[in-house]
Structures are given as structure tokens and as C-alpha cells.
Design a protein around this ligand. Structure first.
Ligand code: SAH
Ligand code: SF4
Length: 354
């Protein structure tokens, strides 16, 4: 079976030529795929029946199989996909009050970075995703939204995995999001744990895509305890790469700060962060921790977060406190997969003789 989503437009033309179909048919199908975002061949009503039959018999629209799905009361949809080799990855769709529809997609099955509070980090690394596997996650939400008369507007590469550990596939997927799905570069965000050489490479890429850095602590001892990668790329090197990015692109950097009660929400950390970022074109996003099974701490309370933001204000550093979306459906990175695996284990244990 040929997955049509993996073909470039010239490749689709070639396939149709090999079927002795005129080129305009290939163009019609391309339109059904990416402009009309059809979810089935039956929708492609301007194609002859025989052609639709052949497409059904020999091709597919994607290769990700939905293994589990949960919808939250706030409208967030969380999906677990099974890949052809059995690996599982997560994607999340987040509708906001305005017209934004944001897909949060994965770049790896698992993650090698081992951040202590992250459900994906706790699982370890399985494999890199291909550009097609990264792209299809956004494509599938785009297609579902289209059926409801809505349009996917934003994509964040903040699901499972470290995008810059799978750099080339990530950039290839980002280019397809722009070219095939028509998502503006400024509506795409790549989030990294801080792989310094790749931040520099990304700065040189000439893309208008947004960059987010998962900072979470402003001193090396604290950051290394949360994010082991900090031992390899300490804060001074990370900040130098961020300054290079800002100089090179003229774009601001977003710093992500997962607020953990009693850990990184102290006035000391706030002052250290203020000093670290002072004068840099940036923004801080504070997101209370989503508790995970493998990490004992909880989210910071509102009072501590507010004090933290107030201290950053003293350094003129803009900060926004984000709400945790889909908290009732394990919508933190890697959490649905962890939940499904736990359930499978329980089922297995419950089996007679198991
Ligand atoms: N690997 C990349 C992108 C995926 S993680 C990165 O680390 O940036 C996306 C964001 O979710 C990161 O900022 C990460 O630190 C954060 N995150 C991971 N686990 C979390 C949790 N349990 N609660 C809140 N945020 C979490
Ligand atoms: Fe990997 Fe990001 Fe999770 Fe760290 S926070 S383990 S880099 S997915």
C-alpha cells in the first residue's frame, strides 16, 4: 500500500502517470488531500469510480492508527497513535477561545533526554520519527477540523521527544507544514531542551518559526538536577546560543518554565532567572507541573507563581502563566501513553495464569 501523504506532488504525478491516468487527475487528488483535506476516497466525488476503487485498493491516507483517544471538558483532544512497527506516540489538539486550533505533535517515540519530571523522559528513547510521521500527526487533526468547518491554525512541536535530537526530520516536517498544510512559519513553534549546536543551526536556517527553550531552572546545579542535558550544555553556553539566535533572526526566544512547588518557584530562582535573561529579547511561559507517576513533586500554587512573576517584573522580563490544558485527560507530554501502558499491564496481570 502506498501512503499518499508521503508523496511529493511530482511523485504523485509519477504514480498517476504509471497508472496511465492523466496528470489533471493527480492534481485533483492533491487538492483533495491538502486543500479540501478529505478523510476518505469516497469524498473525492469528481474522480471516476474506477479510479477511486483503485486508490482504495492500492493506497492509504496516512499510516498512523489511533490506539486511544480522550477528550477533555476544555475541548482538548489527546490521541495515542500506533505506528506500523508498534511504537506509540501522542498528539494533542488544543482549541483556544479565539479561532486558534493548535496541534501539539511528537518528534520521537520516547526521549533520550531523561528530564526527571517528564513522563516521556521516564520511558526512555525508542526511536526517531520520520518526517512523514511527524507531519501526519498535524495532517490528521487538520483533516478532522476541516470536517467540522474549522481550520488547523498552529502547530507546536512539544509532544513526545526532543525535536533537535531528530533535527533533519523535524525541519523537513516543519517545511511540509508550511508548504502542504499552509501553516504560517510564525504559527509553528519548535521546543527544545537546549541542544546548543542545534539552536545555532536553527538560527542559521532562515525560518521564521518560533523557538522555545525549556529552561526550568536558572542555576546550573538546579537545572542539571531536573534536566541532565544541562551537564553537557550548561547555562552559559545555552544563553550564548540564545543570544546568537536573537541576533541572527531578530526574533524573541520563549523560555518554558514548568513550575514545581518548592523546587524552582523560589524567590532565589526568580532573581537568578531575572539576572540570566536581563536584556535579552524574550518571554517566559510559566506552566504549573503536570504530576507524573515517576516524580514526587507537585505544581506550584498560584501565590508562589504570582510572586515569581512579580520578581521577573522587577527585571522587566515579560512572563505569562499558562493554564494546564487537558489536565483531566493526562494531556502532559507522554502521560497518555504511560496510562495506557499501565492499563495494559494491569489487564495482563489480571489474566488467568498471567
Ligand atoms: N523535548 C522538548 C519538547 C517536548 S516537551 C522540550 O523538552 O522542550 C514540551 C514541554 O513540556 C517542555 O517544556 C517540557 O519541559 C514540558 N514538560 C514535560 N513534562 C512536563 C510535566 N510533567 N508538566 C509540565 N510540563 C512538562
Ligand atoms: Fe525529552 Fe522534552 Fe521530556 Fe525532556 S521534557 S525528557 S527533552 S520530551
Amino acid at each position: 500500500m502506498i501512503d499518499l501523504y508521503t508523496l511529493t506532488q511530482p511523485q504523485l504525478d509519477d504514480l498517476f502517470a504509471s497508472w496511465d491516468e492523466p496528470r489533471f487527475r493527480a492534481r485533483q487528488v492533491w487538492e483533495w488531500l491538502y486543500d479540501k483535506r478529505a478523510a476518505s476516497f469516497d469524498e473525492m466525488t469528481n474522480l471516476p469510480r474506477e479510479l477511486r476503487q483503485r486508490l482504495k485498493a492500492e493506497t492509504t491516507l496516512g499510516s498512523l492508527e489511533i490506539a486511544a483517544e480522550q477528550s477533555s471538558t476544555d475541548g482538548t483532544v489527546k490521541r495515542l497513535y500506533r505506528l506500523p512497527d508498534g511504537q506509540m506516540i501522542e498528539s494533542v489538539l488544543m482549541p483556544y477561545d479565539d479561532d486558534r486550533r493548535t496541534a501539539c505533535i511528537s518528534t520521537q517515540a520516547g526521549c533520550a533526554m531523561g528530564c526527571v519530571f517528564c513522563a516521556t523522559g521516564q520511558m526512555g528513547f525508542a526511536r526517531h520519527l520520520t518526517p512523514d510521521e511527524i507531519f501526519e500527526q498535524a495532517m490528521r487533526f487538520a483533516r478532522d477540523l476541516e470536517a467540522e468547518g474549522e481550520r488547523l491554525s498552529n502547530v507546536v512541536l512539544m509532544g513526545m521527544g526532543e525535536p533537535f535530537h531528530n533535527y533533519d526530520a523535524t525541519i523537513a516536517a516543519v517545511r511540509r507544514l508550511m508548504e502542504d498544510l499552509g501553516i504560517g512559519a510564525r504559527h509553528i513553534t519548535v521546543s527544545t531542551v537546549g541542544l546548543v549546536p542545534m539552536i545555532r543551526r536553527f538560527a542559521d536556517e532562515g525560518l521564521q518559526v518560533k523557538l522555545a527553550i525549556s529552561l526550568h531552572a536558572a542555576t546550573d546545579v538546579e537545572r542539571s538536577a531536573l534536566l541532565p542535558v544541562n551537564r553537557r550544555y550548561p547555562l552559559n553556553e545555552l544563553m550564548e546560543a540564545c543570544r546568537y539566535y536573537v541576533e541572527k533572526t531578530g526574533r524573541r526566544v520563549t523560555f518554558e518554565w514548568t513550575a514545581i512547588q518548592g523546587q524552582n518557584d523560589t524567590p532565589e530562582q526568580a532573581h537568578a532567572l531575572g539576572k540570566l535573561l536581563k536584556g535579552l529579547l524574550c518571554h517566559v511561559n510559566i506552566i504549573p507541573l503536570n504530576p507524573t507517576g515517576g516524580y514526587a513533586y507537585g505544581p506550584s500554587g498560584a501565590e508562589r507563581v504570582n510572586r515569581f512573576v512579580a520578581i521577573l517584573g522587577e527585571y522587566r522580563i515579560p512572563a505569562t502563566v499558562r493554564v494546564r490544558r487537558g489536565i483531566d485527560i493526562n494531556a502532559g507530554c507522554g502521560q497518555l501513553k504511560a496510562e495506557v501502558l499501565r492499563r495494559q499491564r494491569r489487564l495482563k496481570e489480571a489474566e488467568p495464569g498471567g
